[in-house]
Design a binder for this molecule. Structure first.
Ligand SMILES: [Zn+2]
Length: 266
């Protein structure tokens, strides 16, 4: 059986890369003999070194709501809602957390010199966000371990970059969600709220059909390691021509249906 460290090397993870990781800890543990989350994190850090960067989403979705009963973001105490590995990562002593009440990131390495802990752009995954910094970097990668493209946050950034028709229309009215992030002290008006990501797998299927990526599995764990600059070139084509496929099928998703009703009445 391969060690996690050797697996990272084999798929191309190496020093000085800036990598955003999306993960299922459960799948990683099955593939690598019940490896601990701390070991996964340590080996990722050793692979990229402090001259590179590790990034994980630690989103909490602390939106203001039009009805009562919403929680306020607390950078220290609010747990990540984007997976068990990310929660362990953000609690490392040498990891910083950005301040978006809805879409904060845990960051380690070089990026800590570039992105402040106070980072909280009004477009949480758009201009001036961690994803924006990453997409402009020429040594940047996405690493998916046990997840598919429905957890690939970068696709929300592409929705904004390539201006899909609904990029600044919130689909969350039916959940009483207002375009306002809330933390302990104040509120922040937001633009370009990320919508539903379930059907982002259509972009994944497209890339597999084009042989841009392979449908990789290691001991049942789906994985991808993708150069972001190359992905952005592919995304530009897909998001201009096939963007409708990014919404869920009609009648299966209230969020996507609201965007479809407003923008795709043909
Ligand atoms: Zn949907």
């Amino acid at each position: 059986m391969m060690q996690f460290k050797d697996f990272l090397e084999k798929i191309g993870v190496s020093k000085e890369q800036n990598i955003i990781v999306h993960s299922s800890l459960r799948s990683i543990k099955i593939a690598f003999n019940s490896i601990s989350p701390n070991q996964v994190i340590d080996e990722l850090k050793q692979a990229v070194t402090v001259s590179g960067s590790l990034i994980m989403p630690v989103f909490t979705y602390n939106f203001k709501k039009s009805n009562d009963g919403y929680e306020r973001f607390d950078a220290i105490h609010s747990p990540s809602k984007t997976g068990a590995l990310t929660e362990v990562f953000r609690n490392c002593d040498d990891v910083n957390r950005t301040s978006s009440p809805t879409h904060s990131f845990a960051i380690w390495g070089k990026i800590k010199n570039k992105i402040k802990e106070s980072n909280s752009p009004e477009s949480p995954l758009g201009e001036n966000s961690v994803l924006h910094w990453l997409a402009k970097n020429n040594n940047a990668f996405v690493l998916l371990l046990g997840t598919n493209f429905s957890s690939l946050s970068l696709i929300h950034y592409y929705e904004i970059l390539f201006k899909v028709p609904w990029h600044n229309y919130s689909p969350w009215d039916y959940m009483n969600v207002l375009p306002i992030g809330v933390n302990q002290l104040n509120e922040q008006n937001l633009i370009e709220l990320p919508g539903c990501s379930k059907s982002f797998t259509s972009f994944e299927s497209y890339l597999i059909e084009k042989y841009f990526i392979q449908n990789n599995f290691y001991k049942g764990m789906k994985y991808y390691f993708i150069d972001i600059n190359k992905l952005t070139l592919e995304a530009e084509i897909f998001f201009k021509n096939n963007y409708k496929e990014l919404l869920c099928k009609e009648g299966t998703c209230q969020a996507c249906d609201s965007r479809r009703r407003k923008y795709l009445n043909d």
